[in-house]
Design a protein around this ligand. Structure first.
Ligand SMILES: [Zn+2]
Length: 217
């Protein structure tokens, strides 16, 4: 099978976001770029992840032309390709409908830097909120690219969900889990005392220096 490795990674990614509770049903999608950078495998539209096989995963070029047949690509293909084209460092893109991230976007609460992993994802925010646009639209793709900028790894799309990018599947997945963890913590903090609260700015700056230097905390 052509592009077997990236097709298998898409299946693996879809099963992972389902098992980790980051999506319900067939929502969400995963794309993985080939090592030569020219091809992108993306999850197909509407196929239950339990029955998804690598053969069903379509492969497209960076303009969206099918270069290896599978089922119909996800309706969010335009967004994935716009991000892949804007960010050559993106080897994998994950889109989830993560519950607590969606809640923060609906109540208009920016995800604070409230956990240690989020310090490494600041750019300057770990996951800025992208104002609502229709799913599958080029407007949504353009807004996501804008809010990711040159170095962001995650955005929360208002009323919709999360998009993360990483150099590979493992990194994109880990970022999706940490963002959702931070969002869940922020939500419960608000319930507990009305404030989402981040780590104090001076402590964040200090910890950033320690983490960047590779020293153990
Ligand atoms: Zn979606």
């Amino acid at each position: 099978m052509e592009y077997q490795d990236i097709r298998e990674q898409v299946v693996q990614g879809c099963l992972a976001i389902q098992q980790k509770g980051l999506i319900r049903g067939t929502s969400g999608n995963v794309s993985v770029r080939s090592s030569d950078g020219t091809a992108v495998a993306i999850s197909p539209s509407g196929i239950p992840y339990e029955i998804l096989t690598p053969e069903m995963v379509p492969v497209v070029d960076l303009a969206g032309n099918i270069i290896s047949e599978g089922k119909k690509p996800s309706s969010e293909l335009p967004m994935h390709l716009m991000v892949m084209n804007a960010r050559p460092d993106a080897g994998c893109i994950i889109h989830t409908h993560s519950k607590f991230s969606i809640i923060l976007s609906i109540i208009g609460e920016k995800l604070p830097v409230n956990t240690i992993p989020l310090i490494m994802m600041m750019s300057p925010d770990p996951a800025p909120i992208v104002p609502f646009e229709f799913p599958g639209s080029p407007e949504l793709g353009a807004a996501v690219v804008e809010y990711l900028g040159d170095s962001g790894h995650a955005v929360i799309m208002e009323h919709h969900g999360l998009l993360t990018l990483g150099k590979d599947l493992g990194e994109a997945l880990t970022i999706a889990e940490y963002i959702e963890e931070g969002a869940e913590i922020a939500y419960y903090c608000r319930l507990a005392d009305g404030k989402a609260k981040g780590i104090p700015d001076d402590k964040v700056a200090e910890m950033m220096k320690i983490l960047m230097s590779g020293r153990a905390l």
